[in-house]
Design a protein around this ligand. Structure first.
Ligand code: SAM
Length: 248
């Protein structure tokens, strides 16, 4: 009997590994998707989803990646959304001067409220603006982080040049985003999340599935970065997302 259970478990594990790692998705064209975060319904729905376990896990991963690069001085979170990450950074690195920036005034209001609620309203400065035209002087930041915003940027090359301009010499940037060339399994997960799990306003804007469909593939991203004059840059691919590390 035990042998049968053992056999079934092994077969189950093999099937799972094959499904997760083995089935590629048909190549697809990038489909830019404007999330519409200015609508209060979408903002509130996004706020709910941001507290779900996978997003909390991702923020933990981001903080641990930041920690590996020993941040110091001024840190900016670009496309900071409702401020979940920048508040977590404030809790984890008390010595940093923090800035959150986003294009949406609606979502920045939530970020400000979150900072206040957690006792960081004096520690985090929020600015409204676009990554393609950053509201910061050159050589200003020691560290720039951005999570799941890149796929919204209308001119990512210009945005990365802007990030480079704003970084101080020896400053570092970490940019996290989905990868469109993720395996089919992850599209299945995000389709399920979009159709079943998330609140109605997010279903209406086809999120989070729309985000992965509007993200870049590893090859597209490397090609884009190769056109920009950067001192040091690398892309680390994970199963569903990629991390770009830039050092000035
Ligand atoms: C999917 S949300 C991610 C929010 C947050 N970084 C997170 O991980 O929870 C994408 C964010 O990027 C912002 N955004 C989109 N385009 C932008 C741009 N050009 N400049 C600055 N922020 C932008 C949106 O308003 C939104 O808050």
């Amino acid at each position: 009997m035990y042998l049968l259970y053992f056999f079934l478990i092994i077969v189950g594990v093999i099937i799972l590994v094959l499904v997760i790692f083995g089935i590629p998705r048909k190549k697809s064209k990038r489909r830019p998707n404007i999330e519409g975060l200015d609508s209060p319904e979408v903002v509130n729905a996004f706020e709910k989803v941001a507290s779900f376990l996978p997003f909390r896990f991702l923020r933990k991963k981001v903080v641990s990646e930041i920690r590996k690069l020993s941040p110091d001085g001024k840190l900016i979170d670009l496309g900071c959304g409702s401020g979940n990450l920048i508040v977590k950074i404030a809790q984890s690195f008390s010595h940093l001067d923090l800035f959150g920036m986003d294009i949406s005034s609606e979502i920045l209001n939530l970020a400000k409220m979150r900072a206040e609620k957690n006792g960081f309203s004096d520690k985090i400065e929020f600015k409204e603006g676009s990554v393609e035209n950053l509201p910061f002087p050159g050589d200003h930041a020691d560290f720039i982080v951005s999570t799941f915003s890149l796929h919204h940027w209308s001119n990512p090359e210009k945005a990365i040049q802007e990030i480079y301009r704003v970084l101080k010499k020896e400053g570092k940037a970490l940019i996290f985003d989905f990868r469109r060339d993720a395996r089919k399994f992850f599209y299945g997960l995000l389709t399920f999340a979009t159709k079943v799990v998330v609140p109605k306003p997010l279903k209406g804007v086809n999120e989070p599935l729309g985000s992965i469909k509007s993200s870049y593939t590893l090859i597209e991203l490397k090609e884009m970065l190769s056109k920009i004059d950067l001192h040091e840059v690398k892309v680390d691919p994970y199963l569903m997302f990629m991390i770009i590390t830039i050092k000035k």
